[in-house]
Write a protein that binds this ligand. Structure first.
Ligand SMILES: Nc1ncnc2c1ncn2[C@@H]1O[C@H](COP(=O)(O)OP(=O)(O)O)[C@@H](O)[C@H]1O
Ligand SMILES: O=C(CO)[C@@H](O)[C@H](O)COP(=O)(O)O
Length: 501
């Protein structure tokens, strides 16, 4: 019987569970999606029980449909969407829907943090305050839902809640703990100073664990529910971007990650927390102990495309829609899209800005609009790469992961817009693979992450930049770069008008 580990990747659109053997072969994968609720503009919530149910369905399918024997599954670990706030009462029941990373209701709380602590906050956490982090969400609940705040016994981030339901053990790993901005990134302790300044009791802070720590085993109750064995060992896991970086073999600084999931990320490995980017990008603990990473985040990357598909191309598959985009041309016949449809995080920390189609022309087709959406998202990634280039970084290659990396058109576009070779991996599910690597190292199958990556991470294809395309995209990027400053005030005013009625 082949031993295997499960990697649970709790994304924003779906959970994907991968079963991988000791040699790093993916033996089966199952996915199950869940809804995203936007009760008001700027709000983004999910029901934590949906995560547990969907994860369980995926595991049951691995056992029943893919014939994985529960006794084969030696270990499990997790990759999770970051920053989301799950509040639990004293019986560890969920108090309200989880407030997600892309929820921007917390501008007042972000400003309060900035005004109260200023540069001291950046010094402690490695991050300037942003709406998406967990701390402003805690402050929002404290202010707007005091009755729930009083009942709060502990908070968790999303994958930690799923792990809790499987093991009965509370905990948060360091890569997700930095994403709360309650952790001192230099000491890896919860920051007493931040807790004191914002009157957050340390009672509600979950215990800290390392990603590859053995947190527990599957409870009898969850074993009965899912079919898993109670002997299965469960390891801490990590933030999805840290796991994505691990699953893409980003274990040194000269290779950069590009992830097109619901969000979009350009991520760089760092040996130590650095202020080289002057707070323009996030700084987080890696899942690898004593390592870090920085990243810039586009809030709506794959989400721009899935919003566009749902709204304008519900009759088409992703492949059909992207075939239409391939039939268009570079620049989409004069159409430019900016992906600020839920506000933006990097390089513009602006929750109020909204996206735009610029240059709409009566001759344009649906294929042009589709193309402009993926070009606009890729230009927003170029903005992120430029932050690194301005800080002196030089990248030999980009490793592409996430749902967007399924598209050859989008992969070539990344190579052309970044002017760097782009590697596609055999499996674009980087975070899920990273989660299996955590379990593999936790179980002692490999002595360290590098030797595990040597076995688990396989390059499928490299997309080289095409010089004529690079030149053409450089011209269009110069115009893209103008759209934010020239439309910011207009979109802010439109948002305000919308809010008034
Ligand atoms: N065939 C495809 N080609 C390009 N993009 C795709 C395709 N299928 C899905 N996507 C994009 O991938 C995104 C989901 O990626 P994924 O990495 O699964 O996200 P998450 O981890 O946030 O759930 C969707 O928002 C969608 O726009
Ligand atoms: O907020 C961030 C990173 O800071 C997001 O990247 C989330 O971690 C969600 O990831 P995906 O669901 O898009 O993978």
């Amino acid at each position: 019987m082949t031993e295997c580990v499960l990697g649970v990747d709790l994304g924003t659109s779906a959970v994907k569970v991968s079963a991988v053997d000791r040699a790093g072969n993916i033996i089966a994968q199952e996915a199950f999606d869940y809804p995203l609720s936007q009760p008001q503009s700027g709000y983004s919530e999910q029901n934590p029980n949906d995560w547990v149910m969907s994860t369980t369905v995926a595991i049951v399918r691995l056992i029943l449909d893919d014939h994985i024997d529960p006794a084969q599954i030696t270990g499990i670990s997790y990759s999770g969407q970051m920053h989301g706030l799950v509040l639990l009462d004293q019986d560890y029941h969920v108090l309200r829907p989880a407030i997600l990373w892309n929820d921007t209701r917390t501008t007042a709380e972000r400003e309060e943090i900035e005004q109260t602590m200023g540069d001291e906050f950046v010094r402690i956490t490695g991050n300037r305050p942003l709406e998406g982090f967990t701390l402003p969400k805690l402050l929002w609940v404290k202010k707007h839902e005091p009755e729930l705040w009083d009942k709060t016994a502990v908070f968790l981030t999303p994958k930690d809640y799923v792990r809790y339901r499987m093991t009965g053990k509370l905990g948060i790993d360091f890569s997700d703990a930095t994403g709360t901005t309650l952790l001192d990134i230099h000491t890896n302790q919860w920051s007493q100073e931040i807790c004191d300044r914002f009157e957050i009791s340390d009672r509600i802070l979950p215990p800290l664990v390392h990603s590859d720590d053995l947190v527990g085993t599957v409870t009898a109750e969850y074993a009965e529910f899912s079919g898993l064995s109670q002997d299965t060992k469960v390891f801490g896991g990590g933030a999805d971007n840290a796991c994505g970086a691990l699953g893409a073999g980003i274990l040194r600084p000269e290779v950069v990650l590009s992830s097109i999931g619901t969000s979009g990320v350009i991520l760089k490995y760092e040996d130590h927390p650095t202020d080289a980017y002057q707070g323009q990008v996030q700084m987080e603990d890696h899942v690898v102990n004593d390592a870090y990473y920085s990243m810039g985040v586009t809030l709506a990357a794959g989400y721009s495309l899935s919003w566009y598909k749902k709204t304008f191309c519900a009759d088409l598959t992703f492949e059909q829609m992207l075939n239409g985009a391939a039939a268009s041309e570079i620049g989409a016949h004069g159409l430019l899209f900016t992906p600020y449809i839920v506000g933006e995080r990097t390089p513009y920390a602006d929750a109020e800005v909204r996206g735009s189609f610029i240059g709409v022309d009566a001759t344009q087709t649906r294929g042009d609009f589709t193309r402009s959406v993926i070009e606009g998202v890729t230009f927003s990634f170029r903005d992120l790469l430029e932050i690194y280039r301005q800080a002196g970084a030089h990248f030999k290659r980009v490793v592409a992961i996430g749902g967007g990396a399924k598209s050859p058109l989008w992969l070539q576009m990344q190579a052309d817009i970044f002017n760097v070779p782009v590697q596609k991996l055999e499996n674009e599910q980087g975070p899920g693979l990273g989660a299996t690597m955590i379990a593999a190292v936790g179980l002692g199958w490999y002595p360290d992450y590098q030797s595990c990556a040597d076995q688990f991470v396989h390059v499928d294809q490299v997309y080289q930049p095409i010089p004529t395309n690079v030149e053409r995209y450089n011209q269009i990027y110069a115009l893209y770069h103008e759209v934010y400053p020239q439309t910011k005030d207009l979109t802010h005013q439109l948002q305000a008008l919308k809010a008034d009625h």
